[in-house]
Write a protein that binds this ligand. Structure first.
Ligand SMILES: [Zn+2]
Length: 419
């Protein structure tokens, strides 16, 4: 069989010999030692490590790169929503496209092959986030897959008219129904918000992806709704079709209260997407000593069998003034914060940035380095897979559906004086 692309001498597993990967019709056709087949194009990876393409399950493009326009000084969630709201009211299409492309280009260069984007859908910026993403989904389709969430950042009941806008967004081609129950005025409204999100998702046969539980404390139920959402997913037959971002208040629960919620999340097959850059930056702001890390309890969730992924969330705005859409950078930071340091733990974090993310956005079936899977691969400028999070190496080659999309050339010579 003639291959479209043949990758020679690549490290798939650290405890196995170097392999060749043959790609045909955008899929992995063979993973063997010394493949003899001819190929249209070939790469010699020179023993470098390969990982499946990185996945960003939770990214805001329409609000990215606003950090110098109206800097936030307090660093609280309320301030971030308020400051970004002012800027959102002035959104212009070409500017949104320009800032979104800057982030997408970084993501592609950093080996990301799929993104679930969460554009705000509200009365402040209307549908400009969805419209621009529909254009970008087409523009970037050879480089990465873009899913679009209709995300009601300003609430649904609190902001009348948002539900209809979300319906319009779904009709225009958004893929996923979003939610933001913490931004309602009462727990009753937050619950109704969640119910409405599920109603809309069922109507469109779409996945659900909500910003849930964004608080240091579980005392305000609006910010502690993971259990309600999990039960709702079970009752509606939505197991495996719901992802939740942040879910930080679970980190404040004692183990005996956390356990039944984690069991429910597991039963509902809900993916938890931790967003460490934002959660670390905004969380624990009122603590004047022993400041909290403000993250969801990743190790406990992982041990309970819950699918945990991570993502960048925001890139350079009032929610997160840093970031370059690099999943290995975020993974390295996450590993520190959640104290995942052993070789096994580090491999788990790498999974969270790859296959767990794929599961969180519903693309796991075609994903991974196996024969028959879609050829979305990143060859790293390092020689062991286990060094991915340690080296944060250059992405030497990025491959999307069997086509090379990024090549990074290296020319670094260190001249040691006296040697
Ligand atoms: Zn978010």
């Amino acid at each position: 069989m003639k291959m479209d692309l043949l990758i020679h001498n690549v490290r798939v597993c650290d405890d196995q010999p170097l392999m060749d990967i043959g790609i045909k019709d955008s899929k992995i056709a063979a993973i063997e030692k010394g493949i003899e087949a001819s190929a249209v194009q070939s790469i010699d990876a020179g023993g470098r490590a390969v990982i499946p393409g990185l996945i960003e399950p939770h990214l805001h493009l329409d609000k990215a790169m606003l950090h110098r326009r109206l800097p936030a000084s307090l660093g609280t969630l309320d301030e971030a929503i308020r400051v970004t709201g002012i800027l959102k009211s002035k959104q212009e299409r070409e500017d949104v496209l320009d800032r979104s492309r800057r982030v997408l280009d970084m993501a592609v260069q950093n080996g990301t092959v799929a993104i679930r984007a969460h554009p705000d859908v509200d009365l402040i910026q209307g549908l400009i986030g969805v419209e621009t993403l529909l254009q970008l989904r087409e523009e970037y389709k050879h480089l990465l897959d873009l899913q679009i969430v209709a995300f009601p950042q300003e609430g649904i009941l609190k902001s009348e008219g948002t539900y209809n806008l979300m319906e319009t967004a779904m009709g225009m081609g958004a893929d996923v129904v979003g939610g933001c129950p913490y931004n309602e005025l009462s727990w009753d409204d937050a619950r109704r918000h969640i119910d409405m999100v599920f109603d809309m998702a069922q109507k469109h046969d779409a996945h659900v992806d909500m910003h849930a539980d964004f608080s240091d404390e579980p005392t305000d139920q609006r910010f502690a709704c993971a259990a309600y959402i999990a039960q709702k997913a079970i009752d509606t037959g939505y197991q495996g079709r719901v992802s939740l971002g942040h879910v930080t208040s679970l980190g404040a629960l004692p183990p005996e209260e956390l356990k039944p919620i984690m069991d429910l999340l597991y039963e509902a097959d809900i993916s938890i997407v931790t967003l460490p850059a934002t959660d670390l930056y905004l969380g624990g702001r009122k603590d004047d000593k022993n400041q909290r890390r403000g993250l969801t309890p990743v190790r406990a969730l992982h041990n309970a069998g819950v699918n945990v992924a991570y993502s960048s969330n925001n890139v350079r705005n009032a929610f997160t003034p840093f970031g370059k859409a690099d999943m290995l950078v975020i993974g390295n930071m996450l590993a520190h914060v959640i104290q995942f340091g052993t070789p096994e733990d580090q491999a788990t974090v790498l999974d969270m940035g790859t296959k767990n993310g794929a599961r969180a956005i519903g693309i796991a079936r075609d994903y991974g380095i196996d024969v028959g899977k879609q050829a979305d691969l990143v060859i790293l400028d390092t020689y062991q897979v286990a060094d991915a999070l340690l080296d944060i190496p250059s992405r030497s080659w990025v491959i999307k559906r069997g086509k090379i999309t990024v090549v990074t050339h290296h020319s670094c010579d260190i001249h040691r004086r006296g040697l």
